[in-house]
Design a protein. Structure first.
Length: 181
């Protein structure tokens, strides 16, 4: 499809036309989105949703998850498989869910994505497990002097800090690397 055809069907944002965009804007990292170390484009809910198109798939995903989080539903499985190819929006959808679980504060167009009455009103603990950021051989440093060697160790730490990690430490260390620690 030529640029002329694309432009006839939509109007690109000015930042795209002026080359003001940065490659990093298109490289979302779920772990960074959850722990607050990503670019403002992904970290700030209002900016994130202002730059996101509410596709049918994204709206359905947000509705299904928010129904469960709010306790108002659960007709679908608690396990959701995001079946898209590379670049299909999986990470973007998960970052959208992170913002939804945190209440979408300051998002003026929240209703375009999900019924605001479905947004959780109680705090939701969020964990993001990203295989690219794990290191079962050497452990991934969680804090000084504390490493996770398995996804379970990291999950426990993200959901409950050091106290939760201590509950699974033995299993995490035994099932991680065979190196002496």
């Amino acid at each position: 499809m030529s640029t002329a055809t694309i432009c006839a069907n939509c109007t690109p944002r000015l930042d795209l036309l002026s080359d003001a965009t940065r490659d990093q804007q298109f490289m979302a990292d779920l772990s960074q989105g959850v722990n607050g170390t990503t670019l403002p484009d992904y970290m700030e809910p209002a900016l994130f949703f202002r730059n996101t198109f509410p596709t049918r798939g994204l709206r359905e995903l947000m509705k299904a998850v928010c129904l469960r989080l709010s306790g108002k539903g659960g007709e679908v499985s608690p396990i959701v498989r995001l079946g898209t190819e590379y670049g299909g929006g999986k990470t973007h959808g998960l970052i959208a869910l992170t913002h939804a679980a945190r209440g979408m504060a300051g998002v003026s167009n929240a209703v375009d994505f999900v019924d605001p009455t479905l947004l959780p009103t109680n705090p939701v603990r969020i964990a993001a497990l990203d295989g690219e950021n794990t290191d079962p051989a050497n452990g991934r440093q969680l804090e000084p002097g504390l490493c996770a060697f398995s996804l379970w160790g990291e999950l426990a730490y993200q959901l409950g800090g050091k106290a939760a990690y201590e509950l699974v430490r033995n299993s995490d260390e035994q099932n991680g690397s065979s190196k002496t620690r």
